[in-house]
Every structure is written in structure tokens, then in C-alpha cells.
Design a binder for this molecule. Structure first.
Ligand code: GLC
Length: 424
């Protein structure tokens, strides 16, 4: 046995966050029209004038966030985080501080408000993703990531840009978002320059956003809100991106509340021709793996420009939901166990219940070291059928320290079979 890490306490309320474990990330904006990744403006060095065609043609006639919320709920997700503004600067809400917003497109309305109402009605906790950088704002510097970074003339013409004016805009927009939509549970700020080497953008960030002032304002407006770690001040929770950490995530040596954000196919925004779809089986393993290390998983969908979830996303979420229907009690409220899992397995634990997630179905027996004499009953979670147990000694040593489970030869027909163990 090894001690289960106790995460550093958070300023915002993380009590629900560490119970709910599974959230929906939604990257939606006018980059859904080119349908070539949400960084398309940067990657293809698209100017504002050229990008305007997506603004002009944005007409999400099928947008029905209630349908999104129902799909997410059936998948077992309990909180959601929507991009209010991504790096391209387009705002999904009716901001008073810009014309570059959904209200002025064919959508003609505040899309964030509908999201908030729909997801709240389905019992979700509400999160906003908000981009710290902005490739549309006239005062955001033409830095090493800017779509027009290679346009020498443009750069010269815009050399005077004043980041402090942009920071005022940023703070004003965050104030709007946290004042006009009721209780917001998560603010997911992005992007952190300092975490990566972006050539001549290096060293930017914190001071540019006036992060400390920003965070103080956020906490004043919504004291319970959880803020992620990407504003470059200490956050409530940490956000490994498209990676499964090796163990409980730490910051400066201390375990922290954390959430791995993951994609369905490597892209966050709708990416039509991308075929790198992860299987539901892999995604369920990733969720289990996160919880077994004390973390959450925030799984992303990039809706189409018409406002729907792609059929491939819907099918995948339904398959995850079928697993969650039978196994969610091995996820919700669970965390890392003090016991160690045998090979090709993960353990999650909630109180006196231990969940053994069997990634690779073995022949007949599974040996759990250190659990001999400690379990009163065991069953498969999918059908509550008994699993017989015996106590044996570990590798011929004396004592009955090991618990031997006798598994059926036939692997249960679920994405990942789970054995529920009742500790004495
Ligand atoms: C990144 C990307 C971005 C995505 C985000 C999600 O930093 O800039 O496109 O929104 O991570 O974690």
C-alpha cells in the first residue's frame, strides 16, 4: 500500500469537480467552416479580410444545445466547458465590447446564453473557456504566433499595437461573462506562452494579461469559481493536454487537482478530413486511467458550422455512455487507491469499494497483492455476478496476503470489464 496523495486545497470550490470526474469540452466558432482545425487562421496565415468569409457565412441553423446536453449526459458527462472566444477572437456571446460576435452573424443571437440555459437544465456544471490571445483584436501584438507574422508590411504597420489596451478589453469581456450568465463553475483560460518555446513570443504572458488583477476580479465576481492554471498564475487545477500523466499531477512538488483534456481525433475544432478518431474503448481507458491517478477527463467535441455534433462524435459518445451506464460508480466520486493494481489493470476507489478495471482479460485468475483477508465480496460490475475469491500467499511466501480472483473464461462484453470489491 502507498498513501493516496492529498491535493493542495483550492481557492475555488473543487468539491464537486473531484466527484464528477468526466466533463465535455466544446470548441465551437467560425473555424468550424473551414473545418481544418481551430488554428487554421494561424497555420494558413489567413488575414482578417480573408477570414471574414467565415464570419459572413456562419449560419448554425441546427444549433440546439439541448441536444448537445442530452448527448453529453447520456455519455455520463457532468460538466461542460464551451469556448466563449478562441484565439481567432470570434465571440459566441453578445459582447458589448466588440462587433466581432455571433449576434452580428446569420446566427443573430447570443449562443452562449442558450448553451448555459440548456446545460444547466440538464443538471450540468457550467464552464467557459476563454482565449487570452486574440488574432483579431487591433491592439493584440503581431507576435510569433499571429496569423500575419510573416507579412512584413503588416507587421511594420502594426508595430504600435498596445497590449495594455488589449488587456482592458480582455478584462472587460471576462467581466461580462461572469456577470451576465449567473453562476459559472469553471473558467478555463488559455493559452500559456511560457509553457512552450514560441520563438520571439517567449516570455510573454502573465504581465501582458495582467493575470493577477484578472484573477482577483474573477474571484470577486464568482468566489466559488474554479480557474485553471493557464493564466500563468497558480490555478485551482492543472490541465495536462492530450497526454495521460504518469501519476497524480503535481505542481512544485505538491499534488494538485487536475484534469486531462483530450480530443476525439487530435483536433479541438471541427476537422472534417481528420480520420484519427480514437475508439470508444481507448477513451474509456483514458477516463479510467485519469481517475485512477486522482484526476478528471475533459473530452472535447468540435461541433460543425451548422451547430451539430458530427455523427462520429455522437456514435463514440453513445458507446462511452453505454459503458458509463453500467460502470459509472467506478468513476464518480472515485480516486486513486492506496492498493496497487496488477499488470494491465487500473484501480479506482470510493470509500470501502474498490474497482478493478481489467484492460486485458487474463486466463482465469487475477492476483491482487496486499488484499488477502481484506475483501468481503467481489462481483462483476456489469451484471453483479459473483466473482469467487481465495486467499493465497504471494509467490510462495508464507501468509495469505494475496487475493486470487477467479474470473470467467469468457470476457464480459463491455468495453472495459470492472470487478467491484467490497473492503471489510
Ligand atoms: C491549446 C490550443 C487550443 C486548444 C487548447 C485546449 O493550447 O491553443 O487550440 O483550445 O489547447 O487545451
Amino acid at each position: 500500500m502507498s498513501a493516496v496523495p492529498v491535493p493542495a486545497s483550492t481557492t475555488g470550490d473543487s468539491s464537486w469537480f473531484v466527484q464528477d470526474r468526466f466533463g465535455l469540452f466544446i470548441h465551437w466558432g467560425i473555424y468550424a467552416l473551414p473545418a481544418r482545425h481551430e488554428w487554421v487562421k494561424n497555420r494558413e496565415r489567413i488575414s482578417d479580410e480573408q477570414y471574414q468569409r467565415y464570419f459572413s457565412h456562419f449560419d448554425p441553423d441546427l444549433y440546439d444545445p439541448r441536444a448537445w446536453a442530452r448527448i453529453a449526459k447520456a455519455a455520463g458527462m457532468r460538466y461542460a466547458v464551451l469556448t466563449t472566444k478562441h484565439h481567432d477572437g470570434f465571440c459566441l456571446w453578445d459582447s458589448a465590447l466588440t462587433d466581432y460576435k455571433a449576434t452580428n452573424t446569420l446566427a443573430g443571437r447570443d449562443l452562449v446564453r442558450e448553451y448555459v440555459e440548456a446545460f444547466r437544465a440538464e443538471g450540468f456544471r457550467i464552464g467557459f473557456y476563454h482565449s487570452l490571445i486574440d488574432w483579431h483584436h487591433p491592439e493584440f501584438p503581431v507576435d510569433g504566433l499571429h496569423p500575419q507574422r510573416d507579412d512584413v508590411e503588416f507587421r511594420a504597420k502594426n508595430a504600435h499595437r498596445d497590449i495594455t489596451k488589449y488587456a482592458t478589453y480582455l478584462h472587460g469581456q471576462v467581466r461580462e461573462l461572469l456577470s451576465n450568465y449567473g453562476k459559472v463553475d469553471v473558467l478555463w483560460l488559455d493559452f500559456s506562452y511560457s509553457q512552450r518555446d514560441w520563438g520571439w513570443s517567449k516570455g510573454k504572458g502573465k504581465d501582458d494579461w495582467q493575470s493577477e488583477k484578472l484573477v482577483a476580479m474573477i474571484r470577486e465576481l464568482q468566489p466559488h469559481i474554479l480557474i485553471n492554471n493557464r493564466s500563468e498564475t497558480d490555478g485551482d487545477f492543472y490541465t495536462p493536454e492530450q497526454v495521460q500523466p504518469q501519476g497524480w499531477v503535481t505542481h512544485e512538488g505538491r499534488p494538485v487537482v487536475w484534469e486531462a483534456c483530450q480530443t476525439l481525433n487530435g483536433s479541438w475544432g471541427y476537422d472534417r478530413d481528420n480520420l484519427d478518431w480514437k475508439s470508444p474503448d481507448l477513451l474509456v481507458r483514458m477516463l479510467i486511467d485519469a481517475v485512477s491517478k486522482g484526476g478528471n477527463m475533459l473530452l472535447n467535441v468540435g461541433p460543425t458550422a451548422r451547430g451539430e455534433f458530427d455523427a462520429r462524435a455522437v456514435t463514440t459518445l453513445a458507446a462511452i455512455g453505454e459503458w458509463m451506464r453500467l460502470h459509472s460508480r467506478a468513476i464518480y466520486g472515485c480516486t486513486q487507491s492506496a492498493y496497487s493494481a496488477p499488470q494491465d489493470c487500473r484501480l479506482t476507489q470510493r470509500g470501502m469499494r474498490l474497482y478493478l478495471h481489467v484492460f486485458s482479460w487474463p486466463f482465469r485468475h487475477l492476483h491482487l497483492n496486499g488484499l488477502g483477508g481484506k475483501v468481503s465480496y467481489a462481483q462483476l460490475l456489469n451484471d453483479a455476478s459473483e466473482i469467487k475469491m481465495t486467499e493465497v500467499s504471494e509467490n510462495g511466501t508464507s501468509g495469505n496476503s494475496t487475493l486470487r480472483l477467479e474470473l470467467p473464461i469468457q470476457r464480459p462484453g463491455v468495453l472495459v470489464p470492472v470487478v467491484e470489491l467490497f473492503l471489510k
